[in-house]
Ligand binder design. Structure first.
Ligand code: IPE
Ligand code: IPE
Ligand code: MG
Length: 232
């Protein structure tokens, strides 16, 4: 089996999962944490290098305040509680997104976990938080323009140098993108980075997506032929 180097997941369907059980939406988000754990473990087991998880989009800030606050609390709490597991599994933890919109408390938690796990050499787990594809491209363009002004000239630009301004700089583009819950759209996720990513859509809701579902997605990925516009 060919193991994708970078798997990215749009973790969708928590709200619907909760509704089905007659629970409030936040319980779906809480249940989704177990799926994060299972997928991280499985990726470690089979030797995936990067697992990025879309946890909260720029657009998600427009949800009701109690859901946004509940999600941010859950994030902060999970980071404290998963510390030991990440350390034990040699996982390097990173957060990618618009940090300017996060609370001081959450930021402190993120920075300390990133620093603590920076030496780990196993799976790199990336939480995409307050992230959107258009935001990323815009901030990269802005930073490139600022670097040009600082240099006093239009700096040379090609795809590789532009990618170095993206929030995902240094992370290889995803090989496989999984979206749960039956939605078949990209919802402003990694627009630049998914140029040649293989997409896998499943009706399974995120809190029900575990090891077996991930294995199945990788099996389907293995049957794909990646041509990159060429003739085989
Ligand atoms: C995904 O689940 C998690 C986030 C977007 C934060 P949803 O909350 O979108 O769940 P559904 O799509 O409403 O079921
Ligand atoms: C995408 O899910 C964002 C995350 C999974 C974090 P949404 O539920 O926000 O996307 P739409 O609204 O269905 O496109
Ligand atoms: Mg959704």
């Amino acid at each position: 089996m060919e193991v994708p180097q970078h798997i990215t997941i749009i973790m969708d369907g928590n709200g619907r999962w909760a509704k089905k059980q007659g629970l409030r939406r936040i319980f779906g988000h809480r249940a989704g944490r177990e799926s994060v754990r299972a997928c991280t473990e499985y990726c470690t087991e089979i030797g995936v290098r990067y697992l990025s998880l879309f946890a909260f989009s720029e657009e998600n800030w427009d949800r009701p305040a109690d859901e946004v606050n509940g999600l941010m609390d859950l994030m902060a709490r999970s980071m404290l509680e998963e510390r030991e597991t990440l350390r034990r599994n040699n996982v390097r933890f990173r957060v990618v997104g618009d940090r300017g919109r996060l609370s001081e408390n959450l930021l402190r938690g993120i920075e300390s976990l990133e620093a603590e796990t920076a030496v780990n050499t196993g799976l790199t787990m990336i939480i995409m938080l307050s992230y959107s594809g258009k935001w990323d491209i815009m901030q990269a363009a802005r930073r490139y323009a600022e670097a040009s002004v600082a240099a006093g000239k239009v700096l040379p630009l090609d795809e590789a140098s532009f990618a170095s301004y993206l929030a995902t700089a240094g992370i290889p583009d995803p090989d496989l993108m999984i979206r749960t819950s039956g939605e078949q759209r990209i919802s402003n996720f990694m627009l630049w980075q998914c140029a040649y990513t293989e997409f896998y859509f499943t009706p399974v809701l995120w809190p029900d997506f575990r090891k077996n579902e991930l294995r199945q997605a990788i099996e389907v990925f293995n049957g794909r032929e990646r041509r990159y516009g060429k003739v085989e």
